[in-house]
Unconditional design. Structure first.
Length: 83
């Protein structure tokens, strides 16, 4: 059964795909072709950077949502809900 489309599910799927990409790229570091190894290094660096940003963003979003539940909206402010 497919997962319901939500922002959290999308982030989880992106994280899963990035981890698969990291494993694949890591395996390609053993390839005898130097061009393939160089491309694998580049792919590892790219995927690792994106995965790190994804983790940081998810953590900040979770923390912000926790704070927003503690603070009532002030009169005249936009709603606190994150979409």
């Amino acid at each position: 059964m497919p997962m319901k489309a939500t922002r959290n599910n999308d982030i989880a799927r992106a994280g899963t795909a990035l981890r698969k990409a990291l494993k694949t790229s890591e395996a390609l570091l053993q390839d005898p072709d130097p061009q393939t190894r160089l491309r694998a290094v580049h792919a590892l660096a790219q995927a690792a950077g994106v995965l790190l940003r994804l983790a940081e963003t998810s953590d900040l979003e979770r923390r912000l949502e926790a704070l927003e539940t503690l603070l009532p909206p002030r009169k005249g402010d936009a709603t606190w809900k994150v979409v």
